[in-house]
Every structure is written in C-alpha cells, then in structure tokens.
Design a protein around this ligand. Structure first.
Ligand code: LCS
Length: 405
C-alpha cells in the first residue's frame, strides 16, 4: 500500500494517487475519452445519483484522468482533497459560486491577475457580493477589513504581475482571529506546491491555473482546487455541476498528470534561470527596477527566503524599463528568443506587457495605485540556456542605452 506521507515530493509527484493496479497493464493511466458511463442497472444509476454508491456517472462530474490529476495535486499541496477544472478561472468561480450568496463580502489583495480582478470588480458585484481591496503586505489592514459578513479572504502567493510576496501564515492567523469561519483562499499558481504550500501555512483553499507550471508545457488550459474533503464535496455538485459546468477534459487531465512528474526538475531550472536573469537585469542601466523575490532589495525578500521551500524564488521576473511606453513596445517587438505571448510557466520564455494585456481590466488610475507602470514588462523565464535568454535581452537593452548617448 503506497503511503504518500512517508514519501518525498519527487516520489509523490510521480506515484501518489495512482489508480490501483489490476495485474499487468498499461504503466500510464489510459485516457478515458468518454462523456458518460454505463450503469449495470437502474438501481445502480439511481444509487450513484443519490451518492449512496461510489462510481462514475458523467464526465462533467468525475473522470478517472481528472480524479488522478486532482488527487496527485492535492497530495503535493498537503490537502485532503482536490478537483480539476477546465481553467484557472473555472477553479476560482466554481469555488466562489459554491461558497457565496448575495450580501456576502470578500477581502482581497489589490494586486491580482486581471481576470480575477474583473470577476471581483465587475462580475460578483452584479450578484450582490461586495469586495474590499487591501494591500496584503499590511496584515493589520487585512484584519481590519474583515466584517461579520466576510466569507472569503483572497490573495495570490506572489502577485501577478509584480511578485509581491504575501505572508500567508500571518494573514491566516489574523483573519481567523478576526472571524474563525472565514475561508482564506490562496491562488498558488506562481509558486506551485514545490515552493509554497499555503494549506500548511493556515490557508483553507488553494486554487491554481494548472495551465501554467503544473502542466508546464503550454498546451493545456486547466485549473485546480485543493481543500478539505467537505468543501470539495460541496463544490463538485454545485460550483462544478450546475453553476459553471467547467469540467476538465480527459486528455487535458492526462497531460497535467504527465506534466506533474517533472514539476520539481522544471521548477528548479525555472528558478535558477530566473535568478540569473533577474541579476543581469538589475545591473543593466536601461532597467529602472526589477521585481524578483530572490533579489535582496525586494521588499519581501526575507519573507520569501523563509516561506519558500527548496531554495528557489519562482520563474517570473518583472522589470521596468527606463524609457517610455512606445520604446518599451519596440524593445519587446525586437526580441528574438523571448516570445511575445501571455501565460507563464512554460518551457518557452514568454514576455508580455501587463498594462495593455493581462491587466487591462484595471483602469490607468488603478494600475498606478498598484505600481504597474506603462514600461513594466513581465518575463516568464523558460527552460532554455540562461545565457541565451540574457543575450537576447541584452541586445535590446544595449540598444536603448546607445540611443540615450
Ligand atoms: N490565476 C492566476 C494567478 C493567473 O495568472 C491566471 C491566468 C489565472 C488564475 C486564470 O487561469 P486560466 O483560466 O487562464 O487557466 N494568467 C494568465 C496570465 O498571466 N497570462 O495569461 C493568462
């Protein structure tokens, strides 16, 4: 009997929650490319719908590939149970549509992925849910924002796009003291369970865009939710089954299970490459500012060094150029190896312009308030040779400096 508690992270990312072996058979779990499942009898079908008997019913609810990926991610996060969704936004909405009702309140960090921000400013208020935005680097301000009607406290472990690191243990303690039944929900996309495990630090729910590092190869859109069994047992029949219908496809779930096997190796390389790139950018005169928790001047460097596991600081580096928006765009357009595309956590190094792309759901004033300028670029450092990534960036940055002479 496999005991994941006795095994290390690397072993678990390959072995945890494998379906039971039935004699000789395929090593990789086959893709169950089916929408529905045959019942032996009407009695069995009714019993499964009534949740009196375990077993598959319909792929919108459960599928062997989705269940395997979910259970493995749950193990890596140190959570009781998990589920896979059709996207990261699906994970967030399926969770919130299950927990919230009109009149409820959320306390959220001010800096979020642009579509999460749109959900909180445009989507949820239409249904009577109010969101208060606070800077989560101020733990006391978060505590003060909690009200009797607060149901959820929400943040990203390291914020998209500027890598502010949130002290998850301190926030968990403060908000649970303020209101014990508040659900502290953390988007762990940027750090993955290899670097940070929010549930171990006191969070109640972890969500992911599995599109990113968990899958790791830029060919899937998916999400994940990891939390207590009791909550998953509410999210599947509500948030997933009829509120969003955002079930993950069997093939996508299979690809996530495949990607997870190399999560630690990829993350080590992403982190090492990102550190080299961040140090290079920090020393270049055409760069005004570098956001990377691994750098000593980063405001939460000491916190990250304490909170992050396995000695890395993540694979995303954001940096502000010392030039205007038009010249920033020209710099990006002239890059040869770094690819202009949104998303992150890919083998390819990807670069994007948050103000006009991932964060265009913020107004110009809101962007200024969270410090996202017109010359800020977000780089998801890939798995290429770091010297090649640096050479590509250097060519463009040197040109900006030459023009200033
Ligand atoms: N949470 C975070 C922190 C994200 O960065 C994203 C997507 C999501 C949730 C939503 O996940 P999805 O539905 O796309 O799987 N972030 C993107 C980004 O920064 N560029 O493109 C997508």
């Amino acid at each position: 009997m496999y005991d994941s508690d006795k095994m290390g992270f690397s072993t678990n990312q390959i072995h945890a929650a494998r379906p039971e072996k039935v004699g000789p058979g395929p090593l990789a779990t086959p893709i169950y490319q089916t929408s529905t499942y045959i019942f032996d009898s009407t009695r069995q079908g009714a019993a499964r719908f009534a949740l009196e008997e375990p077993g598959y019913i319909y792929t919108r609810l459960h599928n062997p590939n989705a269940d395997e990926a979910a259970a493995r991610i749950a193990c890596l996060e140190g959570g009781e149970a998990g589920m896979i969704t059709a996207s990261g936004m699906g994970a967030i909405t399926a969770t919130l549509w299950t927990i919230l009702r009109s009149g409820d309140h959320i306390v959220s960090d001010r800096t979020l992925y642009g579509c999460t921000y749109a959900l909180f400013t445009e989507g949820l208020p239409r249904f009577g849910v109010e969101v208060t935005f606070v800077d989560f680097s101020d733990v006391e301000a978060v505590r003060r924002a909690v009200r009797p009607e607060t149901k959820v406290v929400y943040c990203e472990t390291a914020t998209n796009p500027d890598l502010k690191v949130v002290d998850i243990a301190a926030i968990a303690k403060a908000v649970h003291e303020a209101k014990p039944d508040v659900l502290y929900m953390v988007d762990n996309t940027f750090t993955t369970p290899y670097l940070v495990r929010p549930l171990k630090l006191g969070a109640d729910i972890v969500v992911h865009s599995a599109t990113k590092y968990l899958n790791g190869h830029g060919d899937v859109i998916a999400g994940a939710i990891i939390t207590r069994q009791e909550l998953i047992d509410r999210i599947i029949p509500c948030g997933l089954k009829y509120m969003t219908g955002c079930a993950a496809a069997p093939f996508d779930s299979f690809l996530i299970t495949r990607g997870l096997k190399t999560l630690d190796i990829r993350m080590d390389r992403h982190c090492a490459n990102a550190m080299k790139v961040a140090k290079f950018l920090e020393g270049h005169p055409a760069v005004r500012h570098v956001c990377y928790p691994g750098l000593e001047h980063h405001p939460q460097h000491a916190l990250a060094a304490r909170m992050y596991e396995h000695g890395g600081f993540g694979g995303v580096v954001s940096f502000e150029l010392d030039c205007d928006r038009a010249r920033t765009a020209q710099f990006v357009d002239n890059l040869q190896l770094c690819t202009l595309a949104v998303s992150l956590g890919d083998a390819f190094t990807l670069i994007e312009h948050p103000a006009s792309m991932t964060h265009n759901t913020y107004t110009v004033e809101e962007l200024a308030k969270i410090g996202i300028g017109e010359s800020l670029l977000r780089l998801s450092v890939g798995l290429e040779d770091p010297d090649d990534i640096i050479a590509d960036l250097k060519a463009g940055l040197d040109k900006i400096e030459e023009e200033k002479q």
